[in-house]
Write a protein that binds this ligand. Structure first.
Ligand code: PBG
Length: 343
C-alpha cells in the first residue's frame, strides 16, 4: 500500500501544535460592545429577546462602560431611547440628548474608552423610520397615507436629502459631546459626504467616520428593534437598506462611502454575509468592521438555553468566522463574554 504523501493530521495532534499553526486569532482589542441607554436612574431592564442585554439609564451605562473597559474591550457603541419621539428626530441631535448625556458621563469616568455614536434617526422618529417621511406626491396627507398598518410603499416616501441635514446635525452634536467615531447606519445616499462636510465645518476634522456601508434589510434586526424601541410603525426599511441578494451592489455602496470620506466601513449583519465581508476585504484597504447583530445573538442564546448547542463554543466560533472572513473589528453583544474567555 502506498504511504500517503500529505498528512494534515500531523499538525492537529495536540493543542500546542494546533496553536502554532493557527491562522486566525481573536483578541478583545477588536471588539466593540453595544450599549442601549434609556431615561431614568438606576434602570437596568433586560431586553426580552436578548437575554443578558439591558436598557440602562445613564448612571448604569457608565458602570457598564467601566466594566467593558476593564475587560480589555476598547470601545462601545451607544444607542439611545429618548424620552420623546417626534417627526424631526429632535432627540438625536439635541445637545442634551440621551446619547450626548451618556457620552459626557462616560468620558468623565472612563476617558480612554473609545465611544462610537450610531447615527440614525429611527429611535427618535415617532414613525420609526431612519429618515424624514413625506406623503408621496398624489397622497393627500401622511396621516391618510400611513393610517393603515398595511400602507403601501407608494403612499409615502423616505426623503433622502432632507434626512442628510438631520444626520449631519446629529453627527456634529455627538462629536461635540465627545463621541470619538461617527457611525452612520441610516443608509441614505450621500450621508457620508454630508456628515464629513458638517464635521469639517465645525472644525471636527479629527473625528473619523465608520460607515455602515453595506447594511442589508435583514430579519436579523428583530430583537434590536425591541431593545431600541425602533420598529417602523408602517412599511419596512427595504427602500433604503440593501437587498440581501446583492453582493455587487454592496461593493458599490462600500466604494462610494470610501470616496465620500469614510475612514472605515462596516458590513451588517455578519454571519449570513461572510461572503460580502470576504469580497470587501479583497477589494478595499480601509479597516473593515462587521456587526454580529441582535438576531445572530438571540439565535445562539435561544439554542444554548435549550441545551441544543454549547454556548461558549458557538460564540467563539461565530466570532472567529467573522474574523477569518476578513473583518478586523467586530461589533458584538458577546464582546464582554468573549473577552473574559480570552483573558
Ligand atoms: C439603526 C440600527 C439598527 C441596528 C443598528 N443600528 C436597526 C435597524 O436598522 O433596524 C441593528 C443592530 C442589531 O440588530 O443588533 N438603524
Amino acid at each position: 500500500m502506498p504511504f500517503p504523501v500529505t498528512r494534515l493530521r500531523r499538525l492537529r495532534r495536540n493543542e500546542p501544535l494546533r496553536s502554532m499553526v493557527r491562522e486566525t486569532r481573536l483578541t478583545p482589542e477588536a471588539f466593540v460592545y453595544p450599549i442601549f441607554v434609556c431615561p431614568g436612574q438606576g434602570v437596568r431592564k433586560e431586553v426580552r429577546s436578548m437575554p443578558g442585554v439591558f436598557n440602562l439609564s445613564v448612571d448604569e451605562a457608565v458602570k457598564e462602560a467601566r466594566e467593558t473597559y476593564s475587560l480589555g474591550v476598547p470601545a462601545v457603541i451607544l444607542f439611545g431611547l429618548p424620552e420623546k419621539k417626534d417627526e424631526v428626530a429632535t432627540g438625536a441631535w439635541a445637545d442634551d440628548g440621551i446619547v450626548q448625556q451618556t457620552t459626557r458621563a462616560i468620558k468623565r469616568e472612563v476617558p480612554n474608552l473609545i465611544i462610537l455614536g450610531d447615527v440614525c434617526l429611527c429611535e427618535y422618529m415617532s414613525h420609526g423610520h431612519c429618515g424624514v417621511v413625506r406623503p408621496a406626491s398624489g397622497a393627500q396627507s401622511l396621516g391618510a397615507a400611513v393610517a393603515a398598518p398595511g400602507a403601501a410603499v407608494t403612499d409615502y416616501e423616505i426623503v433622502n436629502d432632507a434626512t442628510l441635514e438631520l444626520l449631519a446635525r446629529t453627527s456634529v452634536s455627538l462629536a461635540r459631546a465627545g463621541v470619538d467615531i461617527i457611525a452612520p447606519s441610516d443608509m441614505m445616499d450621500g450621508r457620508v459626504a454630508a456628515i464629513r462636510k458638517a464635521l469639517d465645518e465645525a472644525r471636527l476634522t479629527n473625528t473619523p467616520i465608520l460607515s455602515y456601508a453595506a447594511k442589508f434589510a435583514s430579519g436579523f434586526y428583530g430583537p434590536f428593534r425591541e431593545a431600541a424601541d425602533s420598529a417602523p410603525q408602517f412599511g419596512d426599511r427595504r427602500s433604503y437598506q440593501m437587498d440581501p441578494a446583492n453582493l455587487r451592489e454592496a461593493m458599490r455602496e462600500i466604494e462610494l462611502d470610501i470616496e465620500e470620506g469614510a475612514d472605515m466601513i462596516m458590513i451588517k449583519p455578519a454571519m449570513p454575509y461572510l461572503d460580502v465581508i470576504a469580497a470587501a476585504r479583497e477589494r478595499v484597504d480601509v479597516p473593515l468592521a462587521a456587526y454580529q447583530v441582535s438576531g445572530e445573538y438571540a439565535m445562539i442564546e435561544a439554542a444554548a438555553r435549550n441545551n441544543w448547542i454549547d454556548r461558549d463554543r458557538v460564540m467563539m466560533e461565530s466570532l472567529l468566522s467573522i474574523r477569518r472572513a476578513g473583518a478586523s473589528i467586530i461589533l458584538t453583544y458577546y464582546a464582554k463574554d468573549a473577552a473574559r474567555l480570552l483573558s
